[in-house]
Design a protein. Sequence first.
Length: 293
Amino acid sequence: MIQLLTPTHWKDYELIDCGDFEKLERFGNVVLIRPEPQAVWNKTFSDAEWQKRHDIRFKGRSATAGEWIKKNPKTPDRWHIEYKNGDAAIKLRMAMTSFKHVGVFPEQAVNWDYIAKNIKRFKTPKPKVLNLFAYTGGASLIAQSAGADTTHVDSIKQVVSWANENQEISNLKDIRWVVEDALKFVKREIKRGKKYNGIILDPPAYGHGPNGEKWKLEDHITEMMNDVMQLLDPQEHFLILNTYSLGFSSVIVENLIKSANPKVENLEIGELYLQATAGPKLPLGVFGKFYKI
């Protein structure tokens, strides 16, 4: 059965409204307007209401860049938000990047809950967790906060530095930081005979490694899935595959996982979305996940 899941523990995040290719959202006390290609329907609230509510709007100059326009110049460029569930608690630094991102994908909190829950019920005293394409580290921080020995891999040095800052403000320590192409790292870990109790993959549709390696989701995801299955501890494990690609469905993710692991147990597939206070559901990627205890 295909699941539809949305975060339920966010106090510091709210999707207020979405539509006309934009979203109105609150991070902590700061309300942003950002582009959203999935929001093809009409806004629920009026343009006047959007103008009244927002603090900062992102205005795109091209497909990959733009600028932030503040209503009040005193609105901070950086601020912190918190996320906590029954098993873990973290803090994240928000910042306005030139490509509309702010340092977190809020729908991923659904996966964070799954990570923390599984780490807590493992018998292994300090489960090893590998976070690939790990961005600013929300999943890494949750894993570490829940008691894991965590390795964080991303090809972009600046976002790994950002993740390290998030570790500091979350009062955590000892996450292993790796700036490297994810596929190359996985292949080396296989040669080293390494095993992990948890593996998290949130690959982009397109990307580049630190040495110019090219990543294209549909070209490389089968190879990646076959490789990471070799890294899973056979006795006790979980794996999450999350994709944000307009061409991917949860059925494709299901087929990828079953092809790489024909004996998979406790498989769940579905779609992540954010529930707007105004009413609409905003779809934000598909997932497949499974565990063995």
